[in-house]
Design a binder for this molecule. Structure first.
Ligand SMILES: Cc1cc2ncn([C@H]3O[C@H](COP(=O)(O)O)[C@@H](O)[C@H]3O)c2cc1C
Ligand SMILES: O=C(O)c1cccnc1
Length: 353
């Protein structure tokens, strides 16, 4: 099974330098002072390099919401009970979650994958790829086995491959899993040597007392499991989550096919840290969307080397911030393809006065 993950990793190569340069040149001949569209220009160049064309466009957009439960919930680390993951699953499947609304507005399809919900789900649109019913409590032992973590990564890779076969041109990472900000904080600590009090935040809105407890739980999980920072699959299995592993696979699958993947918030960022550790080149295919209100996300983006596009204080997850950034992506793609050049509009360039 490892050979399959490794095969995908081997296919991940740098983005296309020629298309970077062409898009950069095009931005400079459009009727505006050079660089005046700021960060959107950096985004345009990145998208051009990923897709290998100076005028990229992304019609078929897919948000993949990976859902799973977390054994660590029994420690009282979330403001909500574990059953909410299962209850929210039906909300996603019937189109009523925040990400469904935002995806409809942005012309994106939501795919909902059960990769580890602690209960039986049944719905026509459900993508049932359950690896196991939730993880074990990472505060007392490993969240899951290495084999289970690898199976979950492979689920993500296959979901990416299937969606790409069906025409997906850009992905957005989404997730649902009560307790998953605890697992994400633990991954940030384990991979990057960050202190739990810096990495852990309020998630669904826990109070000061519960936050101190959550920090202690992350500390305990790291002490009990001793995840090896040089072995991303060890970190993922010991202190991660099934949906996080699935998103790691989704990122690797997208990068191997040279398809851009927009990251949402803190949980998506944890999956991205694992993907980058497994395949450093994969970062070239990831787009940072927003900086979440979750403590630790800004630092996480710095560790990834990604510049967020906006900060609206979102702290929801599901893929919501990622989907919102589709509007900016559409905007800059239109600039590249529709805006006049100095030459076509007969406008004097800089230095002609
Ligand atoms: C109703 C509801 C909808 C959500 N949608 C996303 N999350 C977000 O909150 C959870 C993580 O926070 P914590 O680690 O504190 O449990 C994840 O499910 C995440 O997707 C939700 C949470 C709730 C309660
Ligand atoms: O940043 C996120 O994605 C996030 C923050 C809080 C709760 N759920 C998700």
């Amino acid at each position: 099974m490892i050979s399959t993950i490794q095969e995908v990793i081997k296919r991940i190569t740098p983005a296309d330098e020629q298309s970077f340069l062409k898009a950069e040149h095009r931005l400079n001949i459009l009727t505006k002072p050079p660089g005046s569209l700021g960060q959107l220009e950096t985004l345009a160049v990145k998208l051009a390099g990923i897709s290998g064309t100076e005028q990229p466009s992304f019609t078929k957009r897919t948000v993949v919401v990976m859902a799973a439960d977390h054994g660590v919930c029994c420690e009282g680390v979330s403001a909500f009970p574990q059953e909410v993951t299962m209850q929210m699953a039906y909300n996603f499947l019937s189109g009523g979650a925040a990400v469904n609304v935002l995806a409809r507005q942005a012309g994106a399809e939501v795919k909902f994958v059960d990769i580890g919900v602690n209960g039986d789900l049944s719905h026509d649109d459900l993508i049932d790829r359950k690896v196991r019913r939730g993880t074990d409590n990472m505060a007392v032992g490993p969240a899951m086995s290495r084999e289970e973590a690898m199976s979950a990564v492979l689920v993500g890779i296959r979901v990416a491959q299937e969606a790409i076969e069906n025409g997906t041109e850009i992905f957005i990472t989404g997730e649902m899993g009560i307790g998953n900000t605890t697992a994400s904080a633990a991954i940030l600590c384990a991979l990057k040597g960050i202190a739990p009090e810096v990495a852990a935040g309020r998630g669904t809105g826990i109070d000061d007392e519960r936050l101190l407890h959550k920090i202690a739980v992350v500390e305990r999980a790291l002490k009990v499991n001793q995840p090896n920072p040089a072995d991303p699959l060890d970190v993922l299995s010991k202190v991660g989550g099934l949906e996080i592993a699935g998103l790691t696979g989704l990122i690797l699958g997208a990068a191997a096919a040279r398809i851009p993947i927009i990251l949402d918030g803190f949980i998506s960022g944890a999956a991205a840290l694992v993907a980058k550790a497994l395949a450093p080149e994969s970062i070239a295919y990831m787009i940072g969307s927003h900086v979440s209100g979750e403590q630790g996300h800004k630092l996480m983006l710095e560790k990834l080397g990604l510049e967020p596009l906006f900060n609206l204080g979102l702290r929801l997850g599901e893929g919501t911030g990622g989907v919102l950034s589709l509007h900016l992506i559409e905007a800059i793609c239109r600039i590249l393809s529709e805006m006049a050049t100095f030459e076509s509009a007969g406008i004097s360039g800089a230095g002609k006065q």
